[in-house]
Design a binder for this molecule. Sequence first.
Ligand code: HEC
Ligand code: HEC
Ligand code: HEC
Ligand code: HEC
Length: 159
Amino acid sequence: MRTTLRIMLSLAVLILLTIGIGFVQRASGEEATYVGAAKCKLCHMKQHKVWSASEHAKAFGVLKPEEQKDPKCLACHVTGYPQTRQVKTETEGIQCEACHGPGSLYIKIHPKKDKEGARIAGLIAKPDPESCKSCHNPDSPTFKGFDYVKAWDAIKHPK
Ligand code: HEC
Ligand code: HEC
Ligand code: HEC
Ligand code: HEC
């Protein structure tokens, strides 16, 4: 009886420790960073081709040289700019990760079909239609309204 109790207690302590360590690891977890569309292209050739031909791929190039240094414009014309304040080849324009989330962590996990693991690592598998409006809104100097159905039809990139 005593031994059973002792084993059960040790087990309980072990379980608590495991949970505790897992929690600390997650709390001190790395921040995901932007890897750029060229990395996604390696496995998503079809989606990359559709995207390359879209206005999103050209969204940095449409800015004049002085506008390419203006944080007001970069906020919606550079991937992740509000978070990183950086302009790099990997973030110029509206790349995959502007909608699907920064990829450095999920890029190693999601191809293994671990959907929950990928979500925790930051993959947004199905971007919310509302998320388009973080850029497609009246703060855009060229805004003329936004119709999700029409807009998605213009950029959709199925399997
Ligand atoms: C090494 C190959 C590989 C790379 C690189 C890769 N993917 Fe994937 N991706 C896959 C595979 C395989 C699937 C299908 C997984 C599944 O069916 O759950 C997938 C699925 C997806 C899905 C759909 C997920 C779902 O649950 O429906 C999205 C979105 C996606 N990838 C985005 C990206 C983005 C963005 C990048 C670049 C940051 C990227 N992938 C890089 C292999 C890759
Ligand atoms: C709130 C997000 C947002 C901000 C801020 C923003 N843009 Fe845009 N921009 C967009 C969107 C979205 C489009 C696509 C057309 C539309 O709906 O306005 C666009 C389109 C454009 C175009 C494409 C040509 C056109 O007429 O459609 C140019 C050029 C442009 N923006 C320049 C700028 C400049 C210059 C600034 C900074 C003064 C700026 N944008 C700030 C979101 C933004
Ligand atoms: C402007 C936002 C946006 C950009 C940019 C974007 N995607 Fe998507 N992506 C979406 C949305 C929205 C869906 C559809 C989710 C759904 O099915 O409702 C999607 C779906 C997908 C899927 C799943 C396709 C399927 O049929 O199951 C993959 C894979 C994917 N995107 C990869 C990419 C890659 C790779 C890039 C860059 C080359 C990219 N996306 C760029 C918004 C975007
Ligand atoms: C991070 C900012 C951002 C997000 C999020 C975003 N877009 Fe855009 N989008 C832009 C910018 C900037 C342009 C203008 C690019 C250009 O003209 O070169 C644009 C242009 C477009 C265009 C072509 C011009 C037009 O207005 O018809 C379509 C279509 C579009 N986006 C659809 C979408 C859809 C659908 C989503 C959500 C799934 C989305 N966008 C999310 C920034 C964004």
